[in-house]
Ligand binder design. Structure first.
Ligand code: F6P
Ligand code: MN
Length: 330
């Protein structure tokens, strides 16, 4: 990586982008607060084993899934971080049944997030992430409500993720280029290390939980088999699966290929959440030259009917996702 990019911070980037297609004013503040939440979560992830915060709370979330202690901590961090600064009128989260509304109800934006994606990795010291999405409210003069959150992915004004791997990274787009920053822990600052990220036009892996094979419908089984045997128009692909969407997405963005979480015969909607996972990453993918599909149409064109709606997801380099869709059509 060229050395000069290490000395551009996130704030410098916002400043440089002002007046062009960048994040200015309130949107910059929102993104800054997201990175503050990310630094706090990263610190919790780092210290969880030492401070007895591994494992489950014993409860289940709205999806009926076990809640990790760090899921709860991360969700609380987002609430605290956005309580102080009146830039978003409400937060919706994978961990909360209903949106959390703030006192400052006239703020222009709302934020949706998955506070600790891949939290199943917490007990094995594996990578995890945070996914976020920002929407402009439909009408700031009307009371903030569910309809402000139930939106099409293509309407997002900003989206991105934090990756808690060996290094903590922040990757975002405000509808222009996708930029990647790496946290310098000693300085407490994110530096631009990956400007204008684009999917490579070849190479990479296919990424899917193959243990679910028997649960998939025939068309999905056939399609994945083509990837496994290298019988696709993309050529041979290796297989990689971290089991944390952010980590699998990020590898695909850097190295190419495709991430898949298909629907199953008994669960056609799949596992991943449209508003907290699929749509924000689809927004990043589109602005990095990639594609995201539910197997039929683009994720960004889906209308959300429910806050916790799920969708099948095929996301990555445009040619790989197009090949998935072609193979699914038979
Ligand atoms: O948030 C859902 C999630 O943890 C994703 O991060 C991850 O990609 C997926 O579930 C893993 O699911 P499975 O264990 O079924 O492969
Ligand atoms: Mn998740």
């Amino acid at each position: 990586m060229a050395n000069h990019v290490r000395h551009l911070t996130l704030s410098d980037q916002f400043f440089l982008e002002q007046g062009s297609r960048g994040a200015s004013g309130e949107l910059s503040t929102i993104l800054n607060r997201v990175t503050l939440a990310g630094r706090l979560i990263a610190n919790n992830v780092l210290r969880a084993g030492l401070e007895g915060r591994l494992g489950n709370t014993g409860g289940v979330n709205v999806q009926g899934e076990e809640v990790k202690k760090l899921d709860e901590v991360s969700n609380e961090i987002f609430k605290e971080v956005f309580d102080r600064v009146p830039v978003v009128a409400g937060l919706a989260s994978e961990e909360m049944d209903e949106p959390h509304l703030f006192e400052h109800k006239d703020a222009k934006y709302v934020l949706l997030h998955d506070p600790l994606d891949g939290s199943g990795n917490v007990d094995v010291d594996g990578s995890m992430g945070t996914i976020f999405s920002v929407h402009r409210r439909r009408d700031v003069h009307a009371p903030v409500g569910l309809s402000d959150f139930l939106r099409k992915g293509s309407d997002q004004v900003a989206a991105g993720y934090l990756l808690y791997g060996p290094a903590t990274m922040f990757v975002y787009t405000v509808g222009g280029p996708v930029h990647g920053f790496t946290l310098d822990r000693a300085v407490g600052c994110f530096f631009l290390t990956h400007p204008e990220l684009r999917y490579p036009s070849s190479g990479g892996a296919y990424s899917v939980n193959e243990a679910n094979q028997a649960k998939w419908p025939q068309d999905v089984q056939r399609m994945v088999q083509c990837f496994r045997e290298g019988k696709t128009q993309c050529g041979a692909r290796s297989a990689r699966y971290v089991g944390a969407l952010v980590a699998d997405f990020h590898r695909t963005l850097i190295q190419g290929g495709v991430y898949m979480y298909p629907g199953e015969s008994k669960r056609p909607e799949g596992k991943l959440r449209l508003l907290f996972e699929a749509a924000p990453l689809a927004f990043v993918a589109r602005h990095a030259g990639g594609l995201a599909s539910d197997g039929r149409g683009e994720i960004l064109d889906l209308d959300a009917q429910k806050l916790h709606q799920r969708t099948p997801l095929y996301i990555g380099a445009a040619q790989d996702v197009a090949e998935v869709v072609r193979l699914l059509r038979g």
